[in-house]
Design a protein around this ligand. Structure first.
Ligand code: FO1
Length: 333
């Protein structure tokens, strides 16, 4: 009987986690479906860029730049330099020459009327990620960050504006205090084909250790996805992206602060909530350094275990994934 694993994933951390799950389940009769965050997507120089889908596709397909965690290995940035020479904004966005080919194929296909799901499937024919990668939605839903406009207004009366997540993340390194997030278009976004089935029909649903706000949170904001998680008979297990009070990589702390959630393993578990209390978690893995939090988390109605959560290698990540599947337990038939 084929085992079906469905993973909700964002960018770098999510991609690395998926690599470990695939490593663990290689050769077994398992279908892995990865539902990727598309809230980070952006139109840049006329091209549609899907950072989290591409990070997952490149990481699992062997084309990722391992030192950056995004974009292609052996990359050059001549087109970016030429665009800057023309003074064309955004000069802050690192558009790699190899990476541009992916965005050209995607943009041409979207303009021809294909859906983002169609395009992602076509791109994956080349990369063979070994999982089924589907976007959370085929509809445009872009994360914007509410900040005090750094380019205008005096300190007394700062002008509050929404800037695209990528500008906040790349140009400002998330250094501008975020007063909140707005996912433009989310109200009208529908789960992409296969997303609801992948959740309803899973034997286990895993929340990867991605950014709980702008990656997992964005996927959960797509109308219908949270309901599907509440309804599935599959156990839902998450892995904490926060270890010892800090994110392993990225800037999840800046995002959590913006929504008033403590940057702790327990804080994120409470934020997701126990499914028995209307949330989405049945189980939560924390790192060994946060072992003292397991009792508090179990008090929330969430099964909890403390295991090493640093994804230092596919083997290490595979061990984390095995612990997650063990803690989640079998599907409730
Ligand atoms: N991240 C950066 O820190 N600097 C960049 O210039 C940059 C460019 C970029 C281009 C394509 C792509 O797919 C991702 C890119 N990223 C860059 C990463 C991206 O901003 C983040 O990975 C996600 O949006 C957050 O997970």
């Amino acid at each position: 009987m084929t085992q079906r694993i469905t993973i909700l994933a964002g960018g770098m951390g999510g991609a690395r986690f998926c690599l470990g799950v695939r490593h663990l389940l290689m050769g077994s009769d398992t279908e892995i479906t990865v539902v990727g965050n598309t809230g980070d997507d952006i139109w840049v120089h006329g091209l549609r860029v899907c950072p989290d889908l591409d990070s997952i596709m490149y990481t699992l397909g062997g084309g990722i730049s391992s030192e950056r965690g995004w974009g292609r290995e052996a990359e050059t940035f001549h087109a970016k330099e030429e665009l800057a020479a023309y003074g064309v904004e955004p000069t802050w966005f690192g558009l790699g020459d190899r990476d541009i080919a992916t965005h050209l194929v995607r943009t041409t296909s979207l303009n021809a009327g294909y859906s983002l799901s169609d395009v992602t499937e076509a791109l994956c024919h080349r990369w063979q990620p070994g999982v089924r990668l589907i976007p959370m939605s085929d509809d445009r839903a872009e994360t914007h960050v509410i900040v005090d406009d750094p380019d205008a207004g005096d300190a007394e009366q700062p002008l509050r504006v929404a800037i695209h997540f990528q500008e906040w993340w790349i140009r400002h390194r998330a250094s501008l205090p975020a007063h909140g997030f707005s996912i433009v278009g989310i109200e009208d976004a529908r789960p992409a084909p296969g997303v609801i089935d992948a959740i309803a029909g899973a034997d286990t649903v895993i929340l990867s250790p991605s950014n709980p706000v702008v990656s997992i949170g964005t996927i959960l904001a797509v109308p219908g996805i949270r309901d599907a998680l509440h309804a599935t008979t599959a156990p839902i297990v998450g892995l904490s992206p926060i270890i010892g009070g800090a994110p392993v990589r990225g800037m999840a702390d800046a995002c959590l602060a913006a929504i008033g959630v403590p940057t702790t393993a327990a804080g994120v578990a409470e934020h997701y909530g126990a499914r028995s209390a209307g949330g989405i978690l049945d189980a939560w893995l924390v790192d060994t350094v946060d072992a003292s939090a397991t009792a508090e988390i179990e008090g929330l109605g969430i099964a909890c275990a403390a295991v090493p959560l640093l994804m230092t290698s596919p083997d290490a990540t595979a061990r984390m994934a095995a612990e997650a599947l063990r803690l989640a337990g079998p599907r409730v038939r």
